[in-house]
Design a protein around this ligand. Structure first.
Ligand SMILES: Cc1cc2nc3c(=O)[nH]c(=O)nc-3n(C[C@H](O)[C@H](O)[C@H](O)COP(=O)(O)OP(=O)(O)OC[C@H]3O[C@@H](n4cnc5c(N)ncnc54)[C@H](O)[C@@H]3O)c2cc1C
Length: 208
């Protein structure tokens, strides 16, 4: 008799814990086939992203490989990005995967399921504030954290190259956030507080 297939899309804080528990309880006993799908091949806990962004943490040292983790925890892993979903047919489509030159590595694929869990997380809301989407760095993914780090190092280089001719002697970083975690950002950068302007919501002020 065929066993049910449980597909979990999104291996973040919620999805990874879920497949691990389902894998232990059902996957290892062959009572169900558990499949985790994520667009990345590794998981890094989001609250560590500010450390990746500031270069304090090498993400390669702290990330979990889904492939390796799945092998020891009774579930299967497929890398892919959820593109569309046909609920009536219980089938989802994963987008094609390309290499850095745009060549297709893996074409779009269909996957059927008996039970589906979507744990895709969320992204920051700019509330339509003019200029934010265009000029701000967001910190929702490891890729964005790495980009911030590269841009910050480039900025330091640019400043040092200009030397004494540089008009501004101080680099200002504005942080928009509503969680206490925002405060760890400048601390991770080892920046003196006056170098950093933290703009936070009233909720954050209350939390402090
Ligand atoms: C910088 C930062 C600091 C934080 N600090 C704290 C903290 O100190 N304490 C705290 O409790 N919480 C903190 N949070 C919030 C916490 O990280 C989130 O609440 C939590 O990660 C949400 O878990 P999740 O499983 O819902 O989503 P996520 O952890 O975001 O996981 C979503 C997963 O889905 C995948 N995914 C998304 N779309 C697709 C798609 N279309 N196809 C395939 N895969 C997809 C992503 O790659 C990701 O792996 C912080 C968040 C951020 C960004």
């Amino acid at each position: 008799m065929a066993i049910p297939r449980i597909v979990v899309v999104g291996g973040g804080a919620g999805g990874l814990e879920l497949v691990t528990k389902l894998g232990h309880k059902l996957g290892r006993k062959k009572k169900a086939e558990i499949i985790l799908i994520d667009r990345n091949s590794t998981h890094i806990w989001k609250p560590l992203l500010h450390e990746v962004a500031t270069g304090v943490l090498d993400s390669g040292l702290d990330e979990v490989s889904y492939q390796g983790h799945s092998k020891t925890h009774g579930y299967k892993f497929q890398r892919g990005t959820l593109e569309s979903l046909k609920r009536e047919e219980k089938q989802l489509t994963l987008a094609a995967i390309h290499d850095t030159k745009g060549t297709v590595l893996l074409p779009a694929r269909q996957l059927s399921y008996d039970y589906l869990v979507l744990s895709l997380g969320s992204v920051s809301n700019d509330f339509g504030t003019e200029g934010v989407a265009e000029y701000c760095h967001f910190l929702d993914s490891p890729q964005q954290a790495e980009k911030f780090r590269r841009d910050m190092l480039d900025t330091f280089l640019r400043f040092s190259a200009n030397g004494d001719k540089c008009e501004r002697q101080q680099l200002n970083v504005a942080i928009i956030a509503r969680v206490p975690r925002a405060w760890s950002y400048p601390q991770s950068c080892l920046m003196p507080p006056r170098c950093c302007t933290a703009m936070a919501s009233p909720l954050w002020k209350t939390a402090r």
